[in-house]
Design a binder for this molecule. Structure first.
Ligand code: GLC
Length: 431
């Protein structure tokens, strides 16, 4: 028999079908208000990118800055095929402590000079290339090559970037360093994921990241700006309408760099999931519902850093949890059950937001699905976290019944690399 407090805590993370339907309906309503230009938590940022033809071609430099890493990749596109010509990866925080480009001690020039040097290292002598920039933060976009950072997310704090035109900062740094590369497109990683998916699945109309951050974009078939199709970056990580927050979620938010924003992201994304599970386990420990025989070592671990990888291992490896918490096998299994309950809520919350988008795209009355949709997803929470993708399927079937067969979740990797090349090709074609 498990401890009653354990049951109570696990219950606080459950979401039944009617709650998922209610979240989907509210998300759909908020999305439609945001699209109509009303100020609300969903920013609904236009990408100025429509449907690629699938025949984009040329050689393109790309950069991808999504969090603590920078990736710089050169691609050749030809006849619907993509070839990776070269790639380098760079840490924005030096593991030896020599530099940290994402803390408040660093400024825009420092960060963008570093990026310009990384780009330069990919160039052959005499080569001059257009560049696509996947910049995975909320940006107010005014054109395919004009995006202003609204605010940093994912705990990044570099000074002098918020409010700025990102590709102008990049262009200036490339000029300072004499690098003959020209930014032509800037896009969100969700948009890149959907662009890449469209090459493989014509029915793809939603792109999502379930990684360090959480965000989704979708294909708006009748965008108010153009009247035609346009991919819209929802910035769903900032969703906050009537969400089922627990005390643990509130504490995670309070202790974050920017309390009060990105509340949905803080409930479900990889950057926060370790902290959330840590708080749950610590609370269970303090209530004698876990590790009661020997709380000291577990308490010490749970006061330290707790990462998404540790959550994954606690779920998958009993022996790891036994050693980590110096606990019995029964306690290790109960800890894994608690972690799984948090992840199950992730899956169900995220699926509810996807359904909100699909209900909008279907343009019907009520919550019905009549067309096929492919939801392209990248990120380690979807790809690697035990049980998550199966729980997403389960949630979909619970809400939609047989109509769930019209919807496919597809893992689409490297949207931020290849997607930037496709966007750069679309942009050079457009101009
Ligand atoms: C954060 C960013 C968003 C990005 C997501 C995934 O939510 O605000 O722009 O798409 O992380 O990287």
């Amino acid at each position: 028999m498990s401890h009653p407090y354990l049951r109570e805590v696990l219950d606080s993370f459950s979401l039944d079908v009617s709650e998922m339907r209610a979240i989907a309906a509210r998300f759909c309503d908020t999305l439609e208000r945001g699209l109509a230009g009303e100020a609300c938590c969903l920013k609904m940022l236009p990408s100025y990118i429509g449907l690629p033809t699938g025949r984009e071609s040329g050689v393109f430099m790309t950069i991808d800055m999504g969090g603590s890493n920078l990736r710089c990749t050169k691609f050749r596109l030809h006849d619907g095929r993509a070839e990776k010509l070269s790639e380098t990866k760079h840490k924005l925080v030096d593991p030896q402590g020599a530099y940290n480009l994402i803390s408040a001690d660093a400024d825009a020039d420092k960060l963008f000079d570093f990026i310009a040097d990384a780009v330069a290292s990919q160039l052959e002598p005499g080569e001059e290339l257009p560049l696509g920039n996947t910049f995975s933060f909320p940006c107010r976009q005014e054109g395919i090559n004009e995006a202003y950072l609204v605010y940093w997310t994912k705990e990044i704090a570099t000074r002098g970037v918020e409010g700025q035109n990102i590709n102008k900062l990049l262009e200036a740094a490339l000029r300072r360093r004499n690098v003959p590369v020209h930014p032509v497109a800037v896009l969100n990683d969700t948009v890149g994921t959907l662009l890449v998916a469209l090459y493989q699945y014509p029915q793809a109309d939603v792109g999502s990241i379930m990684g360090t951050g959480q965000n989704t974009c979708y294909l708006e078939y009748h965008h108010p700006i153009t009247g035609g199709p346009m991919i819209v970056n929802i910035e769903s990580g900032n969703y906050d309408v009537a969400l089922p927050f627990t005390a643990y979620d509130r504490e995670t938010d309070r202790r974050s760099n920017q309390p009060g924003v990105q509340l949905f992201e803080k409930m479900v994304a990889g950057r926060y999931i370790g902290d959330l599970v840590r708080r749950v386990l610590l609370d269970l420990c303090e209530h004698g519902a876990l590790f009661a025989a020997n709380p000291g070592p577990a308490r010490a671990v749970l006061h330290g850093d707790f990462t998404a990888l540790m959550v994954e291992r606690v779920i998958l490896e009993v022996a790891y949890a036994v050693e980590l918490f110096s606990c019995s096998e029964a306690d290790a299994l109960a800890a894994a059950e608690a972690a799984r309950a948090v992840l199950r809520r992730n899956a169900r919350l995220i699926v509810s937001t996807y359904l909100g988008i699909l209900f909008h795209q279907e343009e019907g009355e009520g919550q019905e699905i009549h067309r096929e949709h492919v939801i392209a997803i990248d990120g380690t929470i979807f790809e690697k976290m035990p049980g998550v993708s199966a729980q997403m399927e389960e949630a979909l079937w619970e809400v939609l019944g047989d109509a769930a067969s019209l919807i496919q979740f597809r893992l689409v990797k490297d949207g931020s690399g290849l997607g930037a090349a496709i966007a750069a090709a679309v942009a050079t074609h457009q101009s």
